[in-house]
Design a binder for this molecule. Structure first.
Ligand code: AMP
Ligand code: MG
Length: 390
């Protein structure tokens, strides 16, 4: 089809910008209206004829060049920032929403959490030291209300490191966190108590479903789990699984995996604040997620931790495994908690059901499991830093 015909085709699909805007604002009430019950289609069920129509529209959009897509988005008064892949997805999603609303079809697949909690730890570090045992020094959580797609609160505390209380010059320069700041901060167990209290305020995990979102797989694996072991704190069940933003982002927009600045750049935005400041990192990943929700991305857990026994006396290792995660659609189900490295229970792993005390105390191998096979291998720390800042 010629570009002009494509435009005409899409124009006909929309009839007028006014109608389109109306449809968008109506869609939630439309599908939930008491008089017209929406047809809820199970994930993977594309039997409704509307999907044929959508597939045709998607084909047309695939044939449009960047300028044509941009013009169309501008006509529809939608965000025109970003690279072609992003714009394409935005336009497709626009038609998807509109057509499904008109056809009174409600896909079963949607973000099923009330809140997304964005976490980005900063930790003690030294330059080029692969054996460094990190301690968390900044603990930020940015909370996003999914229904409103709005940041509604944040938790922010610095943490006093106990094993190596003096920050290296490299660490202060990298994170911008000053020695005096961590000197007067609470130690990790106290901060964790504060986190729990803050979560209760929003009923997170107690009536309200939420999922942790991080930039990459490292925050829970490299920082939170070892810190819990070090401090003798129970590894919280909410940290057992999470959404790796850079993975869900590249899958959704069908683009290459990249770090926070790259994801923002693709969206036509730039980093707000200072990179490696935990709160700024967490806020920026929340901003990226807001755009993804707006563009129709369904947020779902895509990584989780399991802990497997390791022979007594061997070095703690971190391994990457690819495995289909358990169903993680809700946080109200009973997940188990891990002790600070000493008492770990993993009901799904048969070998862990019969652990004796000695074996239990040696459970220090983390397996990072992922839905897709292209998970980052984080066994090499230098490689990890490189990936993290890529
Ligand atoms: P980020 O989320 O990228 O700010 O990094 C989190 C933590 O990883 C930092 O607070 C440091 O402890 C560690 N880190 C990041 N990059 C490096 C690096 N190049 N060298 C050593 N440690 C690093
Ligand atoms: Mg950071």
């Amino acid at each position: 089809m010629e570009p002009q015909n494509v435009q005409n085709y899409l124009l006909k699909e929309c009839q007028s910008v006014e109608q389109v805007r109306q449809t968008k604002s109506d869609e939630s009430t439309d599908v939930r209206s008491k008089s017209v019950k929406p047809k809820v289609l199970k994930d993977g069920d594309y039997s409704d004829p509307v999907y044929k129509k959508l597939s045709r529209i998607n084909g047309e959009i695939n044939r449009m060049n960047k300028d044509e897509i941009k013009h169309k988005l501008a006509d529809l008064k939608l965000d025109t920032r970003g690279v072609k892949d992003i714009l394409k997805k935005r336009l497709k999603n626009y038609y998807k929403r509109k057509k499904l609303a008109i056809a009174k079809v409600q896909p079963d697949k949607r973000t099923k959490y009330d809140y997304l909690a964005f976490i980005d730890f900063e930790a003690t570090c030294e330059e080029n030291n692969i054996n460094y045992q990190h301690e968390i020094i900044e603990f930020p959580i940015v909370l996003l209300d999914v229904q409103q797609n709005k940041i509604v609160d944040q938790f922010h505390e610095y943490v006093h490191p106990t094993k190596k209380p003096r920050l290296s010059h490299f660490c202060t320069t990298l994170t911008g966190i000053q020695q005096e700041t961590v000197d007067k901060a609470d130690p990790f167990p106290v901060v964790m108590d504060k986190v729990t209290k803050w979560m209760k305020k929003f009923k997170l995990g107690e009536g309200k479903k939420f999922a942790v979102v991080t930039d990459g797989p490292w925050d829970m694996q490299r920082f939170l789990f070892p810190q819990c072991q070090l401090s003798g704190v129970i590894f919280p069940k909410w940290a057992k699984r999470w959404i790796n933003l850079r993975k869900i982002y590249s899958n959704f927009y069908e683009c290459r995996r990249c770090g926070i600045s790259g994801m923002l750049e693709n969206l036509g935005m730039s980093f707000k604040g200072n990179p490696h400041c935990g709160l700024d990192d967490a806020t920026n990943i929340a901003l990226i997620a807001q755009h993804m929700l707006e563009d129709g991305c369904v947020f779902q857990y895509n990584e989780f931790l399991i802990i497997k026994p390791q022979p007594v006396g061997s070095e703690p290792q971190t391994e990457v495994e690819n495995k289909k995660p358990e169903d993680t659609g809700t946080d109200s189900d009973e997940g188990q908690e891990f002790g600070g490295g000493d008492v770990c229970h993993e009901s799904k792993g048969p070998e862990l059901g019969t652990l004796d005390a000695e074996l239990a105390s040696s459970m220090n191998v983390l397996h990072l499991n992922s839905q897709d096979s292209s998970v980052e291998n984080v066994s090499d720390l230098l490689e990890y830093y490189k990936l993290q800042s890529s």
